[in-house]
Design a protein around this ligand. Structure first.
Ligand code: 9UX
Length: 69
């Protein structure tokens, strides 16, 4: 199991959080996704190494910007 963290900017409400969770959860190998609205911390547990580009694209799909930590 791999755990990776990203900083997400632009989220302002619970719906934003839900959108990010939904998109990131679609990525292959993702087991669990935690998003903290206050800090913008996105934490992903996955069964394989994720590509930063894939995660960034998924968060972009939700309408927000992610940066690897
Ligand atoms: Mo509503 Mo959260 O537009 O962006 S989903 S504030």
């Amino acid at each position: 199991m791999t755990n990776t963290q990203y900083s997400v900017t632009g989220m302002t409400c619970g719906h934003c959080v839900a959108s990010v969770r939904e998109e990131v959860t679609k990525l292959a190998g993702v087991e669990s996704v935690e998003v903290d609205l206050q800090s913008g911390l996105l934490s992903i547990a996955s069964s394989r190494e994720l590509s930063d580009d894939d995660v960034i694209a998924a968060v972009d799909e939700a309408g927000y910007e992610a940066a690897p930590l």
